[in-house]
Design a protein around this ligand. Structure first.
Ligand code: NAD
Length: 258
């Protein structure tokens, strides 16, 4: 039985009710986890209000701003966990960003600044958040990030984000190797295409979804809830032997040759 009662889980990456992180937060809550939620703050406080309203039914005991480009906000997020919970068990890294211009057209035209931004927010942030989580995971832990097939195959328009995801998957392996002796497991879920705010920035996302519906063994795409179920499993003791892996939750699309 999947039971996360007594576990403290920090969930990043909720922007709205389509976010994959929202699907994950709901499943962790249902399994009994105590939740902390971060949001990406903006000048007018709009995101804070929107995410706060959305997550209210999950009764998060921590709700803090965390822009992963801001070292102070990362520091204060983990200081709040230390102060309020004393221990962290689960870290959900579910965020990414690339400039829209870099998610269409020719990959060779990616700008230096665009490359840096994509890799900093989408890849380095996993390394930094894991480093901050490490001293708080005193009873072991589970770190989960979200990746996509574009990290291992050339998917039209995914471009610089594919490079970011390749780096992310390599980071999962290096983090798993380092943190394993502390019984901290690190895994990635490679989700099939789902319509969200972030994925709408990728050119031709609807075509990608329709292609998956035609070709994937299950003849459909996946839902946020299905990704959430896998994240809950990976967070739990049922997955105690799994680390350093990329698990595909994509209706089987990844196995197909044509
Ligand atoms: P989303 O737009 O709902 O979530 C992306 C999140 O990233 C947002 O909450 C946003 O606030 C956050 N973010 C962006 N810049 C940030 C920063 N500087 N600091 C902190 N947070 C920041 O979209 P999503 O599709 O749910 O994306 C979540 C993750 O899932 C991403 O890593 C994405 O690459 C991955 N993923 C998505 C799909 C898909 O098809 N939607 C498929 C596979 C993997």
């Amino acid at each position: 039985m999947l039971n996360l009662t007594g576990k403290n889980a920090l969930v990043t990456g909720i922007a709205n009710n389509r976010s994959i992180a929202w699907g994950i937060a709901q499943q962790l809550h249902q399994a009994g986890a105590n939740l902390g939620i971060t949001y990406l703050p903006d000048d007018r406080g709009k995101m804070e209000k929107k995410v706060a309203e959305l997550v209210e039914p999950l009764n998060p005991s921590l709700f803090v701003p965390c822009n992963v480009q801001n070292d102070e906000q990362i520091q204060s997020t983990f200081a709040a966990i230390q102060e309020k919970w004393g221990r962290l068990d689960i870290l959900i890294h579910c965020l990414a960003f690339a400039n829209k211009d870099d998610l269409t057209g020719g990959f060779s035209q990616t700008s230096r600044a665009g490359f840096k931004t994509a890799l900093e927010i989408s890849t380095y942030s996993l390394v930094q958040l894991s480093g901050a989580a490490k001293p708080l995971m005193t009873e072991g832990g589970s770190i989960i990030t979200l990746t996509y097939l574009g990290g291992v195959r050339a998917v039209p328009n995914y471009n610089v984000m594919g490079v970011a995801k390749a780096g992310l998957e390599a980071s999962v392996r290096y983090l798993a190797a380092e943190l394993g002796p502390q019984n901290i497991r690190v895994n990635a879920i490679s989700a099939g295409p789902i319509r969200t705010l972030a994925s709408s920035a990728v050119g031709g996302i609807l075509d990608m979804i329709h292609h998956v519906e035609e070709v994937a063994p299950l003849r459909r795409t996946v839902t946020q809830q299905e990704v959430g179920n896998t994240a809950a499993f990976l967070s739990s003791d049922l997955a105690s032997g799994i680390t350093g892996q990329v698990l595909y939750v994509d209706a089987g699309y990844e196995i197909m040759g044509m």
